[in-house]
Design a protein around this ligand. Structure first.
Ligand SMILES: Cc1ncc(COP(=O)(O)O)c(C=O)c1O
Length: 348
């Protein structure tokens, strides 16, 4: 671990020595021939954990999402999702090109989709209306500060989807964080989605990898799309082994990340009452407004003190906790940020 406290994202983690050992020891084969035992084991492990028929290993979360949308939704149809969803805001327009869908966005609170708002956004069937192809929910919400839909909301969304015979797609990049926070049964939560992705390279700390999960026929089709997108790999077992290791050793500790995020939020709120509500920090993401001071200036100041945070707007920072930052480092980072914001209010 370097001296820098890097809170820009939970994707910045480096494989632990034990994870590297697991990677080095992995049995491998050509996965496109179905001969990589480590990939197959990971796919079966994840499908089984969610009580679903199948899973397919992918290099990235974006690819898993694109493969699923391409498999579930007819080209030219509309996917209803939250306005700040990663799939619409941060994938470089991939869905227009790869999945060939358009979006209808719904404003939610902290990125959470409300079933009534979604129902109201579904265009009626029939000429000349654009066909609705799917509903997509992100768990947890990245842009929404790591908020959790949870089983009850997802069940309500699934009911709306069922009313119209639509698939419910899940972007589960941080679904592990949601499950850790709520303690809900993975099979129950995973069962609400027609198909969904999960990432290994975020809070779980693997260097690479996501999976698309669902019924056998959907995942078989997604697998064909992985090949078409150029994402089918060969001796990928070295990567899958990192994922299996992460699932075994890094899931329970996600609660430490959540506690650290809450500590950051609490210290900032103590130093600057009203700046943010620590009670809203339920997983590993903290959004911090910078008031009058440009976020870029605060980032530069903290950077000079060995703390890295991200900008999510001209006056908005994002801090994400993960397994490469300790509780002490989070406390130090929060204190330095509180001081930087203090000078912001003095100068502003
Ligand atoms: C909510 C969400 N979905 C999808 C992704 C994409 O994951 P990847 O970078 O593995 O493609 C991210 C990345 O941070 C994310 O936060």
């Amino acid at each position: 671990m370097s001296g820098v406290i890097d809170l820009r994202s939970d994707t910045v983690t480096r494989p632990t020595p034990a994870m590297r050992r697991a990677m080095a020891a992995a049995e491998v084969g050509d996965d496109q021939y179905g001969e990589d035992p480590s990939v197959t084991a990971l796919e079966e492990q994840v499908a089984g954990l969610f009580g679903r028929e199948a899973a397919v290993f992918t290099p990235t979360g974006i690819m898993a999402t694109q493969m699923l949308l391409r498999s579930l939704v007819a080209p030219g149809s509309e996917v209803v999702c939250e306005a700040g969803a990663h799939v619409v805001a941060y994938e470089a327009g991939a869905a227009a090109i790869n999945a060939q869908v358009q979006f209808r966005t719904v404003e939610g609170t902290r990125g959470l989709l409300e079933s009534d708002a979604v129902r109201a956004a579904l265009r009626p069937v029939g000429f000349p209306n654009t066909e609705v192809g799917a509903i997509s929910a992100e768990e947890t919400t990245n842009r929404g500060g790591g908020a959790v839909h949870g089983l009850a909301r997802l069940t309500a969304l699934r009911a709306v989807a069922d009313e119209r015979g639509l698939p419910l797609h899940g972007d589960g990049a941080r679904l592990w964080n949601a499950l850790a926070a709520t303690g809900e049964d993975p099979a129950a939560v995973g069962g609400t989605f027609t198909a969904f992705s999960v990432c290994l390279s975020k809070g779980l700390g693997a260097p690479v990898g996501s999976l698309a999960v669902g019924d056998g026929d959907v995942i078989a089709e997604a697998r064909r799309w992985r090949r078409r997108f150029g994402g089918a790999m060969r001796q990928a077992g070295v990567l899958a082994a990192a994922g299996s290791h992460a699932l075994e050793h890094h899931r329970a500790r996600l609660l430490d990340d959540h506690a650290n995020a809450r500590v950051i939020a609490t210290r900032l709120a103590e130093a600057h009452p009203g700046l943010l509500d620590p009670a809203e920090v339920t997983t590993n993401i903290v959004y911090v407004p910078t008031g009058q001071r440009p976020a870029a200036e605060v980032i530069d100041e903290l950077g000079g003190q060995g703390v890295r945070v991200g900008a999510m707007g001209p006056h908005l920072l994002r801090l994400v906790t993960h397994l490469d930052v300790t509780a002490d480092q989070c406390r130090s980072a929060a204190d330095l940020l509180a001081a930087a914001l203090g000078s912001a209010s003095r100068s502003g």
